[in-house]
Design a protein around this ligand. Structure first.
Ligand code: AMP
Length: 425
């Protein structure tokens, strides 16, 4: 019997995984600077949390969830996104009772039963941010900027932020009425999904990617023209702050988050010159009603989620080489039993001093060991033979230049550390 990896998943192999570590570290570093703390919630939650927290009418909940019964008869679901679990934790631990704001981030796997294709997997990764407890529109802009900085700092250029406001529970009903009034006469021209949307969630007709639907909605009323006296100035300040921060953004009045608890700011990071779903690296917005939806008090929130596979694909398509550290600092070649024994200690010293160090584990001859050093991309090779051992010496060779030096055995670790520019560990 031969086993295969589940459809829509990938193994992140050595060679590839270093890129992941690099971009994850960039995200963590940025979060530290913006004073966001990491939260790690379970990979699965009660199914109902996502039904409430993501919304029954969304594609995610209606078509894409990995739901199963556990042995205790509970319905559980592999998380299709990160916000619901984070909000659940915020409410369950009563963090809302503490001084606000609460600023959290997460990085991890998400699961959606989708048709796999480039940039779309069944297990994928998101880096997300959530900030609770503040209505300040400048915070929205700072979050947008954080995501934008992240994308740029890993080396993806040509990304712009699409921005919209979806109003709130006060101004949206009037807009929704107008929109339905406008769309109803064109119902037959809309796709089947949009027939349902028209009834359940009319604003989502606006972001349907089908040509016919786009044609119909071209001249449809837009939410930005219906914003109330709270949402309109909020949106103005978000835009001004984005300009102040130097974020490249544009108004996209089709951008909607169709659920009642999404409010005001909505945004998406769009890759220029890339059509279709791969063009969106991620998005976010305000959700002033979500904490309440998940059983907490009235408490504002704002956040985003970025797809890390998409970020890496963007890097690849732009031919960006990440500055990854590769290879070992020192490979020890030893000849004879006594030298081998001594090399084990030398390795330990090297590693304790903060250098990366390796040796041969297959009792290869000199030539084979040198080849192994080459495969390990060693910067230096240290050769310990019987003769050197007797004199307490080691020959150190810099691979790039071929330059050779003989030094005292007990100086090797310091020598390599200094030669490779590593500080005191
Ligand atoms: P969403 O939670 O649907 O707003 O998605 C946010 C981001 O997550 C998207 O813009 C993508 O970058 C990423 N994403 C969503 N679904 C997938 C998937 N099936 N495979 C890979 N990335 C995804």
């Amino acid at each position: 019997m031969s086993f295969q990896i589940p459809r829509g998943t990938v193994d992140l192999m050595p060679g590839e995984v270093e890129k992941w570590q690099y971009i994850e570290e960039k995200a963590r570093e940025l979060c530290r600077r913006y004073n966001f703390s990491e939260i790690r919630t379970p990979l699965f939650e009660q199914t109902e949390l996502f039904q409430r927290g993501v919304g029954e009418t969304t594609d995610i909940v209606s078509k894409e969830m990995y739901t199963f019964m556990d042995r205790g008869g509970r319905s559980l679901t592999l998380r299709p996104e990160g916000t619901a679990g984070v909000v659940r934790s915020f409410v369950e631990k009563k963090i809302y009772g503490e001084p606000q704001p609460t600023k959290w981030y997460y990085i991890g796997q998400m699961y959606r039963y989708e048709r796999p294709q480039a940039g779309r997997q069944r297990q994928f990764h998101q880096f997300g941010i959530e900030a609770f407890g503040a209505v300040d529109p400048v915070l929205d802009a700072e979050l947008v900027d954080l995501g934008w900085q992240f994308i740029r700092s890993v080396g993806v250029s040509g990304v712009k932020v699409a921005l919209n406001s979806v109003g709130c529970s006060r101004c949206r009903p009037r807009y929704r009425e107008k929109l339905v009034e406008y769309l109803t006469p064109y119902k037959e021209e809309l796709c089947k999904d949009c027939h349902t949307r028209l009834e359940q969630n009319p604003m989502r007709v606006l972001d349907c990617k089908k040509e016919g639907c786009q044609r119909v909605t071209e001249d449809a009323p837009r939410m930005v023209n219906f914003l109330c006296e709270e949402c309109a100035p909020h949106f103005e300040t978000v835009k001004e702050s984005l300009d102040l921060l130097g974020v490249e953004w544009y108004l996209d009045t089709r951008l909607v988050r169709g659920l009642d608890y999404y409010t005001q700011t909505a945004f998406e990071y769009i890759l220029e010159g890339q059509g279709g779903h791969a063009g969106s690296l991620g998005g976010g917005g305000r959700y002033n009603g979500l904490v309440q939806e998940v059983g907490g008090p009235e408490m504002p929130g704002v956040g985003f989620a970025l797809g890390l596979e998409r970020v890496l694909l963007a890097l690849e398509s732009r031919g960006v080489d990440l500055p990854l550290a590769s290879g070992v600092d020192c490979f020890i070649v030893s000849l004879g039993d006594a030298a081998k024994k001594r090399s084990v200690l030398l390795l330990k010293e090297l590693r304790q001093m903060g250098s990366t160090a390796e040796r041969d584990y297959l009792d290869r001859k000199m030539k084979g060991q040198l080849k192994a050093a080459d495969r390990a991309s060693a910067r230096y090779v240290a050769i310990v033979g019987e003769n050197e051992l007797e004199k307490n010496q080691v020959v150190v060779k810099e691979m790039a230049t071929g330059e050779q030096n003989t030094i005292q055995l007990d100086k090797l670790a310091t020598y390599i550390r200094e030669a490779c520019g590593k500080g005191q560990s």
